[in-house]
Each structure stands twice: as structure tokens, then as C-alpha cells.
Design a protein around this ligand. Structure first.
Ligand code: MN
Length: 321
């Protein structure tokens, strides 16, 4: 494997744009031209920036909002094409790329079938879901067939942010968006939305029903490792149904370093979840590769744990050989 570093590096939340799917995106989903150029590049520029940073493998996933905001029929049709094209991209560089499926969640039954097709026929490593599906959180019972299929296929589902619900944007963020558009996205809005999605998945009971489910969160767990004690404690107070939030969360969830290269946040995640549940990722091209790899190199962490984070955990959980 060509890398300038002595460690293999697998990055698992790395995005691209499918030219057909992005035609269905709204103006709110527009990205600056430098980002668009990188998202649309699945060859020379991407590989050069991987090489420069020493990243061996990118696990590719579509950027938000993916296939979550389409009508059911278009979602099924488009997702199949998106995944077929991603499979072709991976075939051009099978040593450097792997893939997470885009699922047509607006049609949950089709999404479960598409996940199976992507894993069994296209060799994908799991799936990515971006935010709400047409306003509905992913823990809704109608989506449980997708959880069931993921568990039986033994592949993870990556719960990735997308723009918050419009009512949330209006109430929580609108006043500051002219001066600080990042507030509704990566600075805060994404975190609140995705942490809420994750907590709701634990509360829904779906993880007890299908015990093999693995859920991945980016950004070192969207704040949940930092708040795990308090969430667990508060949900154990009188008046709440019996649940060990900590046990269920710790059994099913994994977190990645995407866009959160913070020593204290990583230390907290290791303390709460254990190093076997932490996977390296960058969030390219929204975040540059170099700072992520350089941060890992500079960490005061033993080599064995560093290797787990940089590659071994991804190989085990995503079945990358
Ligand atoms: Mn991302």
C-alpha cells in the first residue's frame, strides 16, 4: 500500500457527489465551488490529496442530503443508479476506495432490499443515512426493516448529519444565520440533529429487537460521549421506563474522528467507549486530510491503540481486507 507514513490509514467518512443525484438537490444544498470540484472528483485530485496526506483507503459516501429527501419512487430509482455508479468508481481503484450505500429511505422496504444488493452484489461496507427522511427521524418503526437487514448482513449504518428540520432552523438558528451560516450546520445544528437521532434510536427499542446492529456516528459521537454520564443518569431517574442508556449505547455505537481533531474530545471518547470503538475519518473535502493525519501522528497514544483507530477497527467493523 502506497503511503508515506508507516501506518496504514483508512478514512471512513469521505464524501463525493453523484452528478445525477445532485440535480435533485435544492439551492440550500449548494456548496462552494472548491468543495464541489473535490466532491465531483473521484480520480486524480482526490487520490493526490490522499497520497499527500498518507491516506491509503477512503470509504466513500455521498454527501448530504443524499437520497433522504426524494419522493419514494424517485428515491428507489435514483439510489440504484447512484450505488451502481459508486461501484464503478470503486472498481477503478479497488485498493484505494470502498463504499457506503445510499439508501432510498423514503421507501423503507426498497431501502432494505437495496442495502442487501449493495452489500452482497456490489461489495459495499454498510450504508449512510443523512439526517431526517422527509421530516421523519430514522428510529421510526417504518424504518426498522432497514435495521433488521443491516443486522442480518452484519454491516454498520452511518448516521450522518444533514440540514436540521426547517422548524428547528427557524426557532433555534435563524436570527444568527446571516452572520454565522455555520451555526445551522457543522458548528451546532448538525450536532444537535444527529445526537437527537442517535438518542432516539437507543430509546426506540430497535437495538434490543435486532441485537447485531452497529451504528456509527461521526465527529467523535456528536457530543454524546461527553454527555453520556448525564444522559444515562437522567434517564434512570423515577418516571422513566427502565433502560440502561449507557449499556445500549456502548454495545451498538461506534464513533469516528471526522472533523473533530481534538485531544480532549478523543480522550473522553476513549474513556467512555473504549479504543476499539473509535475509527479514523476526515470528512473530506469539508475538512482537509492533512490536519487529520498530522493530529493522529502527534497524539500521545500508544502505537497499538493508534493502529486500531487508523485501520484495524475499520477493517473489523466494515469487513475491509
Ligand atoms: Mn461528513
Amino acid at each position: 500500500m502506497a503511503t508515506k507514513r508507516d501506518q496504514q490509514v483508512i478514512a471512513i467518512e469521505e464524501h463525493y457527489f453523484d452528478p445525477e443525484l445532485t440535480q435533485h438537490f435544492s439551492s440550500a444544498d449548494e456548496v462552494p465551488s472548491g468543495l464541489r470540484q473535490r466532491l465531483e472528483d473521484v480520480g486524480e485530485l482526490r487520490l493526490r490529496e490522499m497520497d499527500e496526506a498518507g491516506i491509503d483507503i477512503q470509504v466513500l459516501s455521498h454527501a448530504p442530503p443524499g437520497t433522504q429527501r426524494l419522493d419514494p419512487d424517485s428515491a428507489s430509482l435514483l439510489a440504484a443508479g447512484v450505488n451502481d455508479r459508486l461501484a464503478s468508481i470503486i472498481k477503478t481503484n479497488p485498493q484505494r476506495f470502498a463504499g457506503l450505500a445510499s439508501l432510498p429511505t423514503p421507501d423503507a422496504a426498497a431501502a432494505a432490499d437495496e442495502l442487501e444488493r449493495c452489500v452482497n452484489q456490489l461489495g459495499f461496507k454498510g450504508a449512510i443515512i443523512h439526517g431526517l427522511t422527509n421530516g421523519t427521524f430514522f428510529d421510526d418503526k417504518k424504518f426498522w426493516p432497514i435495521f433488521e437487514r443491516a443486522a442480518s448482513l452484519d454491516v454498520p449504518i452511518y448516521i450522518h448529519p444533514a440540514l436540521p428540520h426547517p422548524a428547528v432552523v427557524d426557532t433555534y438558528y435563524q436570527d444568527y444565520l446571516t452572520d454565522y451560516p455555520g451555526l445551522e450546520t457543522a458548528a451546532w445544528g448538525f450536532t444537535v440533529e444527529t445526537a437527537t437521532a442517535a438518542i432516539r434510536i437507543v430509546l426506540s427499542g430497535v437495538l434490543e429487537k435486532y441485537p447485531g446492529i452497529k451504528i456509527i456516528l461521526g465527529h467523535l459521537g456528536e457530543g454524546i460521549p461527553f454527555l453520556l454520564w448525564r444522559i444515562d443518569h437522567a434517564l434512570s431517574r423515577p418516571g422513566n421506563k427502565s433502560l440502561s442508556f449507557r449499556d445500549v449505547f456502548s454495545e451498538h455505537f461506534y464513533v469516528t474522528t471526522s472533523g473533530n481533531f481534538s485531544d480532549p474530545a478523543l480522550l473522553c471518547s476513549i474513556q467512555e467507549m473504549g479504543v476499539d470503538r473509535i475509527l479514523f475519518s476526515v470528512d473530506w473535502p469539508f475538512v482537509a486530510n492533512d490536519p487529520g493525519v498530522e493530529w493522529m501522528e502527534s497524539l500521545h497514544l500508544n502505537n497499538e491503540d493508534k493502529t486500531k483507530i487508523l485501520s484495524e477497527n475499520a477493517k473489523r467493523i466494515l469487513h475491509i481486507s
